[in-house]
Ligand binder design. Structure first.
Ligand code: UDP
Length: 380
């Protein structure tokens, strides 16, 4: 296939990211499979990205994630500097057939503002936009800029301006799903785990409360804002308190973390992350937001760990209640379900992952969408 895609992953983290990194993980999962299908990939990211690509384009030497807690205008400055680099490339060269953009709001706005010079472009939504209709209210991409969701529920909650330009949804994928059904089972220990950013939407405070009430061991894994390790957060200066996730941690989660029943291990990466999840009796998602894509959900299935969750957002699309996990309506329901998790068969989880959530499945779907977007742009 002769197709060159400019994959815009943004300036915040290198690809692949060192541990946590939602969008960057998606790009790192997608790109190798696209290249296997013959797509040429120009990656717009930071200069320390190590993902093999046909060309790397960067403005910043390394990930600017730490700057996200700086004042808003500085954050915008970084975002715009990165996007200027992308726009300049699009204006100066004619070998890009399609832009696949992953940078929230700003990326889409810049692409649409470019008019015909932008297209064709596909913008993948990564966040729950139900709460942010204004952010996207002004976007009008015509037929040259299209969007896709990472779940049907996310797309259904998106502002109308986006739904009018939607070409469907593509569920997320994980390399762990490849041959997941063929791997031998991992010995389970008794703890449950919550894997993800420590942030109100992920509901770590609910999980910690349940662990104390119902008497199960819970491991919290994930960064708190830019702080990846407990020591880092402990030695942070007063500016740390400006970060909403740090405030959430300090006020609602940390008081429940006793180091025995509930532990925080900071950000985990690589095999340490996979082993932690694989050895857990279940992964807990006490969600307080409409989870848009749920990478950690499908990773859990791929390593054979059932998911016990409040069934918000994409969870009902990813988890079959009673087979690969258990879904509750609220916190009380979740408490009732936890003891049932050990009755679920880990093979069902791994089989589901290898059937539905492999990188190849995701890449094939994106290639279809690229064709659709290019056809629509050519006809406009
Ligand atoms: N993650 C990780 N280490 C951590 C916490 C999270 O590697 O300590 C990864 C996790 O495995 C998943 C991604 O970060 O691949 C989070 O993606 P998800 O869609 O679950 O959450 P969000 O993008 O909303 O943060």
């Amino acid at each position: 296939m002769s197709l060159t895609v400019l994959m815009n992953a943004g300036p915040w983290l290198p690809v692949p990211p060192p541990g946590y990194g939602g969008i960057e993980n998606v790009v790192a999962t997608l790109v190798p499979e696209l290249r296997r299908l013959g797509v040429r990939v120009v990656l717009a990211s930071t200069a320390d990205s190590t993902l093999p690509v046909d060309e790397l384009m960067s403005v910043f030497p390394d990930g600017q994630f730490g700057a996200l807690q700086r004042p808003y205008n500085q954050v915008c400055g970084i975002s715009h500097a990165h996007l200027n680099g992308v726009v300049r490339a699009l204006r100066e060269r004619d070998d890009i057939d399609l832009v696949h953009d992953h940078v929230e709001a700003v990326g889409l706005a810049v692409l649409t503002a470019m008019g015909p010079g932008a297209g064709p472009a596909l913008h993948t939504l990564h966040w729950d936009l139900g709460k942010h209709p204004d952010l996207y209210g002004y976007v009008d991409g015509g037929d040259r800029v299209r969007v896709n969701g990472v779940s049907a529920s996310q797309l259904a909650r998106a502002p109308q301006a986006l739904q009018d330009h939607a070409v469907g949804h593509v569920h997320l994928a994980t390399p762990l799903a490849v041959d997941a059904d063929l791997r031998p089972p991992v010995e389970k220990s008794d703890h449950l785990v919550i894997l993800g950013r420590i942030t109100p939407g992920k509901g770590q405070h609910i999980g910690a409360r349940l662990a104390h009430q119902a008497g199960f061991d819970l491991v919290l894994a994930g960064p708190v804002g830019p702080y990846r390790r407990p020591e880092e957060l402990a030695s942070a200066g007063p500016e740390a308190g400006q970060n909403p996730d740090v405030r959430y941690w300090r006020e609602q989660v940390a008081p429940l973390v006793d180091g025995v029943r509930v532990r925080w291990v900071g950000m985990v990466a690589g095999t340490a992350r996979d082993d932690l999840v694989a050895s857990a009796r279940a992964t807990l998602f006490p969600l307080c937001w409409e989870e848009p894509g749920g990478t950690a959900v499908i990773e859990s299935l791929a390593v054979g760990t059932p998911v016990v969750a409040i069934g918000r957002g994409c969870l009902p699309e990813l988890i079959e209640h009673g087979r690969t996990g258990l879904l509750a309506d609220d916190e009380d329901g979740l408490a009732d379900l936890v003891p049932e998790a050990s009755g679920l068969d880990e093979r069902e989880c791994r089989q589901e992952a290898s059937r539905r959530f492999t990188p190849a499945t995701m890449a094939e779907r994106y290639v279809d969408l690229y064709e659709q977007v290019r056809r629509a742009a050519a006809a406009s």
